[in-house]
Write a protein that binds this ligand. Sequence first.
Ligand code: DX5
Ligand code: ZN
Length: 234
Amino acid sequence: MQSKIKISASILAANPVRLEDEIKKIEAANIDLIHIDVMDGHFVPNITMGPFIVKGIKQITKVPLDIHLMIEHPERYVKDFAKVSGKDDFITFHIETTKNPEEVISQIKAKGLKVGISLNPDTPTQSVENLLDLVDMVLVMSVNPGFDGQKFMPEVLPKIARLRSMAPDEVDIAVDGGINIENISQPVQYGANVIAAASAIFKTKDNDPVNAIKTLRQKAEQAIKKNRHKRLNV
Ligand code: DX5
Ligand code: ZN
């Protein structure tokens, strides 16, 4: 079963010196999640935000957060992120960054947060299969992580289908990277229900995040209705 569509707005492409205004805009569009890309300059070649940004964001919005850790040694930082987040927020870490994912999952759960596991485009689904009963979300990267504005990699679509068919119904299947109004129907047809997007929300020609979110949601919901899931083909 595919759950309700949730749009997760990545503030990586928002204007960093007007973050509060940007967040107010996406709230006006009933955004489901605010996606926060945490990068460490080791696991990915870019450095972005840490717990103090999360703390600031929590002070100005009640929208649940989708904290995407693209960092080595996630177990060292769960505590710091947990301190500034709450029970409806997700902490997602990458399977490539730890030898003991069960331990990181328990750590996040022990703090009362939701837990996501993410995998890079080249990482096979087998790497997370034994964890599907333990997590709330699986985040399939559809670009190599590091930057917004990259091109969607359609070769990850079969992985989405495979994970959707293997995971319990209540687990969200998310996709992140290069999603826009032209291609959003593809991951949805393959079974994704959480769609993370940065440029397609904050860097559009008409500079209208509200309209962008509305259109992304409409296209995703239409794709579910068409019921053309490709799951049986994988
Ligand atoms: C990539 C990040 C993504 C990124 C998406 O490393 O994890 O969340 O912000 O940006 P777009 O939607 O522009 O590809
Ligand atoms: Zn992300």
